[in-house]
Write a protein that binds this ligand. Structure first.
Ligand SMILES: O=C(O)C(=O)C[C@H](O)[C@H](O)CO
Length: 321
């Protein structure tokens, strides 16, 4: 998209070229892979663009074939890539994913250390105009990649706050990318304190807060300043809490889980799109559950993200109970 108009939504992070094993088992045995794109932030950006929001994507790719592939894919998905730059010195990040056989979480191998996106920093967004933008979505990936992307993450949330955008934050824990558990916890909780809507999974919330149940975890983030917290509970659905409401929003049944990666990103797409459409937090959690369920039925990380027509069908078939 080359449109110079103001985006509805800003997103930033790392898009990687993804290789999905064509056969199950250890990557050491796999000879053929399918090529796709991946990255928690970019999955959300694509999902929101499919739902007809104007989404700007802030990132870097390497000056290599994988970077060209990512740029072409994001353009084709309708993302506004005016803030996507090409880094001549560092390569595009890659991720290889095992093929899941029985709905288990597949193993992934990252080749992203020192990637183009991990060299982003505050200077990349010096000319970024927040005026008129409605929303910023952030995840725990940029603060995990490098010191400069961590600074960028805090800078983005602080500027969004000053400019009056709403902010969503999904911790997307990747312990293998952090130096220590304590650093991960402190950094992600500090970032979450800048957000309006915080969207951890139950296990993530437990690890980040040391608390046990969804109600208390949500309370922790409300006390830090969030207006709404939704805890993802997998197939059970999600737990919603605001200052004056709390309760379960039931999940939708899925007969065959193919691959769970990207389900949380689908959930974020549902929640953010619904809130920007003017829905309540419970309706937003329900849409998150619906899109999360779509995402677990495909092998790629973003292929299950629906366009508006499919979303209308899903919401008609599964009204909020
Ligand atoms: O962004 C990452 O770290 C990934 O592993 C790529 C996946 O698309 C992502 O995890 C899905 O949330």
């Amino acid at each position: 998209m080359n449109d110079a108009s103001t985006p509805d939504i800003l997103t930033f992070g790392e898009a990687m070229t993804l290789f999905i094993a064509e056969t199950p088992g250890d990557l050491a045995e796999v000879e053929r892979f399918q090529r796709r794109i991946a990255g928690a932030d970019t999955n959300v950006a694509i999902g929101l663009a499919r739902l007809a929001f104007h989404v700007a994507w802030i990132s870097r790719v390497g000056d290599d074939g994988f970077g060209t592939f990512i740029r072409r894919t994001l353009d084709a998905e309708g993302l506004d890539c005016r803030y996507l730059s090409t880094d001549a010195e560092h390569p595009t990040g890659l991720v290889f994913k095992e093929r899941a056989e029985h709905g288990e979480d597949p193993k992934v191998a990252y080749y992203r250390r020192g990637s183009a996106a991990s060299h982003m920093g505050v200077a990349d967004v010096r000319d970024l105009d927040f005026q008129g933008v409605r929303h910023l979505h952030a995840t725990g990936l940029p603060p995990a990649l490098s010191v400069s992307t961590r600074e960028l993450a805090f800078h983005m949330l602080e500027r969004a706050r000053e400019a009056g955008l709403t902010i969503s934050f999904d911790p997307n824990l990747r312990p293998s990318l952090w130096n220590s558990e304590a650093e991960m916890r402190e950094t992600l909780n500090a970032l979450a304190a800048h957000a309006d809507w915080v969207l951890p999974g139950l296990a993530e919330g437990q690890r980040l807060t040391g608390l046990d149940n969804a109600h208390d975890i949500a309370g922790y983030y409300l006390d830090q300043g969030a207006t709404g917290v939704i805890i993802k509970l997998g197939p059970e659905g999600s737990y919603v809490r605001t200052a004056d409401d709390a309760g379960m929003v039931k999940g939708v049944a899925v007969s065959h889980v193919v691959d769970t990666v990207g389900a949380g990103d689908g959930f974020a797409v549902g929640v953010i799109s619904a809130l920007l459409d003017g829905c309540t937090l419970r309706q937003a959690a329900h849409r998150g559950n619906l899109i999360g369920a779509e995402q677990v039925q495909v092998t790629g990380d973003m292929e299950g993200l629906p366009h508006r027509a499919r979303l209308r069908d899903l919401e008609a078939a599964h009204p909020l109970a």
